[in-house]
Design a protein around this ligand. Structure first.
Ligand SMILES: NC(=O)c1ccc[n+]([C@@H]2O[C@H](COP(=O)([O-])OP(=O)(O)OC[C@H]3O[C@@H](n4cnc5c(N)ncnc54)[C@H](OP(=O)(O)O)[C@@H]3O)[C@@H](O)[C@H]2O)c1
Length: 260
């Protein structure tokens, strides 16, 4: 037992096949008991089983973070099973509208805010008591969209900018309870979704997927794109005691594509 999070209970809210899965597997690799929360029970169970098969400890709790009762039930289950919580990582994602902001329905903008901002706030409020007891920490997964204003990202940027503002305010408001709150802002993530997308671009322009990768990566200092595991490890660093004096911070993890 020499992990960064040995014996800690880490709740990952919004576990999907991309970064959410990497966060769970990496947390388990660092010795954490992992609680997986999202709506699709079958996916949670698969990732839970992978952790348990690898000798780790994990619990899947199907949860819709836009639902008060579901989130309260998640907290009750975590406290009953593990006696409390040390870390909450908010990762939930739903595809935002990619229309120009002026042509985006208010309903779509509201849905993004409901999930990214209010969903995350609901989870944080519900876990504040156990996190105060453990002097725990929170990591909110943000995005490099807060660093640029490219067209068609307006709806996503609105939600993630509000998430950042909320994270900073909560860092101040919950600091005297001993709870730290930080953000991770990934850029590209070299996951299956991006591999598929680069394949589509390659087909369209009659080039190879590797060429699309190289052209994209050439804009970063390290000339490559980060993997989900690399993003996850940055989040776990912030969650861990190694970051015990860091709160209200945003860590860009993008191989040097943007410098904040
Ligand atoms: N992928 C990228 O390139 C990229 C780049 C920059 C930043 N990010 C950020 O990184 C994070 C992870 O992105 P990802 O694409 O890798 O996602 P992911 O971990 O593959 O999936 C996120 C999961 O959130 C869950 N979710 C959605 N609505 C929910 C709800 N109401 N309650 C509970 N869970 C819910 C969904 O699962 P269910 O449908 O089962 O609930 C979804 O599979 C996001 O915050 C995203 O903004 C991603």
């Amino acid at each position: 037992m020499n992990g960064l999070l040995d014996g800690r209970t880490v709740v990952v809210s919004g576990v999907g096949p991309g970064l959410g899965k990497a966060l769970c597997l990496q947390a388990a690799a660092q010795g954490a008991k992992v609680v997986l929360a999202a709506r699709t029970e079958s996916r949670l169970n698969e990732i839970r089983d992978e952790i348990i098969d690898g000798g780790g400890i994990a619990l899947a709790v199907p949860t819709d973070i836009t639902d008060d009762e579901a989130v309260d039930s998640l907290v009750r289950t975590v406290v009953a099973e593990y006696g409390g919580a040390d870390v909450v990582i908010n990762n939930a994602f739903a595809m935002p509208s990619m229309k120009p902001l002026a042509r985006t329905d208010f309903e779509q903008i509201t849905a993004g805010l409901e999930l990214t901002v209010l969903g995350t706030l609901r989870v944080i409020k519900a876990f504040t008591e156990p996190l105060e007891a453990s002097k725990g920490s929170i990591v909110n997964i943000n995005s490099m969209v807060i660093r640029h204003s490219e067209p068609r990202y307006g709806s996503y940027k609105l939600a993630k900018s509000a998430l950042l503002a909320m994270s900073q305010t909560l860092a101040t408001e919950l600091g005297d309870k001993g709870i730290r709150i930080n953000s991770v802002a990934p850029g590209y993530i070299w996951d299956d979704q991006l591999k598929w997308y680069f394949g589509e671009i390659a087909k369209k322009y009659g080039i190879t997927t590797e060429q699309v990768y190289e052209q994209t990566a050439s804009k970063s200092d390290l000339k490559r794109l980060p993997t989900p595991d690399e993003i996850a490890r940055a989040a776990l660093f912030l969650a861990s005691d190694l970051a015990s004096a860091i709160t209200g911070h945003t860590l860009d993890v993008n191989c040097g594509e943007y410098h904040d």
